[in-house]
Write a protein that binds this ligand. Sequence first.
Ligand code: E4P
Length: 236
Amino acid sequence: MQYFIDTANLESIKKINDIFPIAGVTTNPTIIAKEKRDFKEIINDIFDIIGKDKIVHAQAVGSTAEIMVKEVQLLRDTFGENFYTKIPVTPEGIKAMKILAKDGHKITATGILSPQQIIMAAEAGAEYMAPYINRSDNIGENGIEIVKDAYKILEMNKKTDEEKLARYKRIFEPKILGASFKNVRQVHETILAGSKSVTVAPDVFEKLIYHPYTDWSMDTFNSDWEKVYGEKTLLD
Ligand code: E4P
């Protein structure tokens, strides 16, 4: 399982990275713009906090395949192996993915709101595919169904994976990176639908393991212990 934090706020990243076993950080242009700082400085600062062995996903902003391809080439040279460029699942984005994947670039397809967008991006060579669960729910559709349907289709087409392995010269394992969550239930259902990667904004991230009865249980244990042993720990 891979948990990513969906933010570029350095304080939040420090706090969550310190506690949780995260796989890395995801951002999008809105998230980056909130920081009002130079893009490259932000990405370098994020890698400094989480370590270069973890992954950062950030989005290309060019509107044509040609510009996106150039952006991705520049970003890989700047940030190295664990940097994934997010490319939108628009026609220009799919065209860019196809060109970039052949060169071994690491691509995360983004802005996904339908199962067909997942399959097409996987065919074009994207490694991660990010369906927007809450944005789908917001317009009366069902974000979790996107994930379920996409896995069904990916499973039915498994046989072709060997051919893709040869085509992209790397282990081809399309990963569905569940994104855009407003609550823990959406995260949980996305994981149950088969997603082994999710990206969660800090406010929801901290709630992933929150349970009031756990806190109540620990408070009771602590006060029972203190009545007999005071401040002593097992080290005393
Ligand atoms: C992920 O790729 C996006 O940054 C993100 O999850 C979108 O989330 P939002 O719908 O909460 O803005």
